[in-house]
Design a protein around this ligand. Sequence first.
Ligand code: ZN
Length: 140
Amino acid sequence: MSDLLTPHETKAEAYFCPSCGAPVEVPTVLFGGPTPVICSACSWTGTHVQLAAYPFKHGFADDDAIVEAMATDLRNVLAKTAAQTYGSFLLKWGFLDQPIRAEQLGAYISAISRAVLKTVIETRRVIVEEKARERIRKSE
Ligand SMILES: [Zn+2]
């Protein structure tokens, strides 16, 4: 992989468990020596330097910018396709004042988007860990 970055690219690394291959979360800022890590898929323990690192490039300033872009994208999808449905629900259960104000509904749609995105990311993690455990079971 080339180390050349265009002005809109950021270098990043994904880390994987040396035992089962599942992605492992490593603290964003590493100070000093090796940081202890535990694989939540297979319970392997070690330090971050023992993980398999996969360098890649992306078009965002940092990880937070990626999450922010996904949240904005999802908020736009929900605003376009489901604002009326959520609006009716929120009104029915007393979360929205009448007359409905766009900025109030927008705040709920934004909060719903963030909650959904958090769950989607968590679900993805669970699926990837389950696949890693399945690989381990098949190799035993
Ligand atoms: Zn593992």
